[in-house]
Ligand binder design. Structure first.
Ligand SMILES: [Zn+2]
Length: 308
């Protein structure tokens, strides 16, 4: 596949020569589908809604102006559920790290992050996002008479299942797009399973699992490459050369990366099993008690091939 500029939407045609259809990056991609793109229910005048797949409030204010978005039709319950997931996930994914550092210098990001920190309630802590820093305390006896205490304050957390549920909505919409048939006005979902694998904040994008994942799927056939909102949203879908298995990756607000597979579980499992192990340091280990930690591994830009 040709290399693409940022801010693009490219959809593989499935041809052997790897041709792609490039979409105008300044215009929305509109589908007039007749069944809900998420649950497949027949749409009617009373239950149909217009769904912005990249939620307008999911990225910093103004970032989707004059940028493409995938707009399709879904039923009201699916649309409502996805918005509910987007609310605190957007707020948390825009927050700076524990040192107050944002991934990029961007006024719109800082303004949106601060507003959402006040206005969005973390579904995990039931408190505003600004009061939802993760607290973790650990203490243990290292040697007789010597007690170690550790405490950490981390960035606000999101429950795994909510991250993966929102990722699944994004993937369903984009898979619907790459299988969309204009004559029948519908697309399809993948056969087999939804298999989320990783989700990580930016400070750890270069860990062994991520590096292994990027490498393992880098030669797969690119089926869709999407970036919009000044790259505050990115998504790619690749297909395994033989098996009925796809890999996928999402990036939200330059802060969270999520990845996994679709389709055949055994193909996905064999790839995961082949990935290198993380390097873990053991502080102490005794009967039934242990303390291990692993340092975050940032990813150098030159090593970043996830959306290449
Ligand atoms: Zn639905």
């Amino acid at each position: 596949m040709r290399s693409l500029k940022a801010e693009s939407l490219a959809v593989g045609t499935g041809d052997k020569d790897g041709d792609v259809i490039l979409h105008d990056p300044s215009k929305p991609m509109l589908l007039r589908n007749t069944v809900c793109a998420y649950c497949g229910v027949q749409l009617t005048a009373s239950n149909a809604t217009k769904e912005h797949v990249v939620g307008r409030k999911f990225v910093p204010t103004g970032k989707l102006d004059k940028r493409w978005n995938l707009i399709l039709r879904t039923c009201l319950p699916c649309n409502t559920r996805k918005s509910e997931l987007e609310d605190d996930i957007a707020a948390i994914s825009m927050q700076p790290d524990v040192f107050g550092k944002y991934p990029v210098t961007d006024d719109a990001l800082v303004t949106s992050a601060k507003r959402k920190a006040e206005g969005s309630v973390s579904r995990k802590t039931k408190k505003p996002v600004k009061d939802s820093q993760a607290q973790l305390s650990v203490s243990g006896q290292l040697l007789s008479g010597l007690v170690a205490n550790f405490s950490f304050t981390g960035s606000p957390q999101i429950d795994d299942h909510r991250i993966f549920e929102l990722a699944r909505y994004h993937l369903m919409a984009f898979f619907f797009l790459i299988t969309y048939n204009k004559d029948t006005e519908r697309g399809w979902w993948w056969p087999g399973e939804f298999l989320p694998f990783l989700h990580t904040r930016r400070s750890d994008w270069g860990n062994a699992s991520w590096k292994g994942f990027m490498q393992a799927v880098s030669t797969w056939d690119m089926r869709m490459q999407a970036a919009t909102a000044e790259d505050f949203f990115r998504c790619s879908i690749r297909r395994h050369p033989q098996a009925e298995c796809w890999s996928w990756a999402l990036e939200w607000n330059k802060q969270h990366r999520i990845a996994g597979f679709l389709g055949d579980r055994s193909t996905a499992q064999s790839i995961v099993d082949s990935l290198p192990q993380e390097h873990v340091t053991t502080v102490f280990e005794e009967q039934g008690r242990s303390l291990r930690f692993r340092q975050d591994a940032p990813l150098a830009e030159t090593e970043d091939i996830l959306f290449a």
